[in-house]
Design a protein around this ligand. Structure first.
Ligand code: IPD
Ligand code: CA
Ligand code: CA
Ligand code: CA
Length: 251
């Protein structure tokens, strides 16, 4: 299964890179800053077709139309964000990812975050470790809040939602990438100690499999398990920073 998924990802990423030489069709979803392109939809359809061909009994949850709700997490479930960071895709033509996760009975088994323009695939699985392309990554250090950079959602920071402003101030500084995949990669590399945002299941499903391998802690921002069926405020961090954030700023 891993080899197949990697082949699909390589094909999809190649298609996306070529698509950047053509005119994109861009539409608004909920508003001016919530975009979807023909490529988001085509890439989602590409993966759905592959999964249906090879694993016809599996369930699929994916961001774009037709697949963004699921009735059950029983059995094997694929969770797909065809392009994470659509705004970056449209405006920057970089700093966006394809994200795929495979869950079984609600437990994450495999996670893939592909930074398409850098051609960097972060992937791994339960009890399997985390890899960047073919190289196994070392576990990042358990750094405290005051010692590291933290990825943040700009709106939460600006409005100080759940003390995001104060948490940022207590850290070495905030970083805002506009792409959940890029933020989770920064944690896997040990560049950021955590990430605070407002996310849907396809934004975090793949990343959780990977950060879990490295012992990062994660939950909704109030410390409850992530629901996987709605958008919610999200916190992931090193164990040391997670505890500090929960004890000092949230509770
Ligand atoms: C978005 C990005 C962004 C995050 C949003 C997500 P999309 O995903 O990951 O960084 O702040 O909450 O919705 O819509 O570009 O796939
Ligand atoms: Ca979107
Ligand atoms: Ca996303
Ligand atoms: Ca998306």
């Amino acid at each position: 299964m891993i080899i197949e998924i990697k082949e699909w990802l390589a094909e999809a990423a190649g298609y996306i890179r070529v698509s950047l030489t053509n005119q994109l069709t861009v539409s608004q979803k909920s508003g001016r800053t919530d975009l979807v392109t023909n490529i988001d939809e085509e890439i989602q359809s590409f993966f759905i077709k592959k999964i249906n061909q090879h694993y016809p009994n599996d369930r699929i949850l994916a961001e774009e139309k037709g697949f963004n709700t699921i009735d059950s997490f029983a059995g094997r479930v694929w969770i797909i964000d065809p392009i994470d960071g659509t705004m970056n895709f449209v405006m920057e033509q970089e700093n966006f990812c394809i994200m795929i996760a495979v869950y079984e009975e609600g437990v994450g088994q495999l996670g893939f975050i592909y930074d398409v323009m850098k051609e960097e695939l972060y992937w791994g699985g339960k009890n399997y470790g985390v890899f960047l392309n073919e190289r196994k990554l070392p576990q990042p250090k358990d750094v405290t809040l005051s010692e590291g950079l933290i990825g943040m959602n700009a709106y939460m920071y600006r409005k100080n939602i759940y003390s995001a402003g104060e948490i940022g101030h207590a850290s070495m500084g905030i970083r805002v990438s506009g792409c959940a995949g890029v933020e989770l990669i920064a944690m896997l590399k040990g560049n950021h100690i955590g990430y605070i945002s407002n996310l849907s299941p396809w934004d975090y499903a793949a990343g959780l499999v990977l950060i879990n391998e490295f012992g990062f802690k994660y939950s909704n921002i109030e410390g409850k398990p992530l629901a996987f069926d709605k958008r919610e405020y999200f916190l992931a961090a090193t164990p040391a920073a997670y505890t500090q954030i929960q004890e000092k700023f949230i509770q």
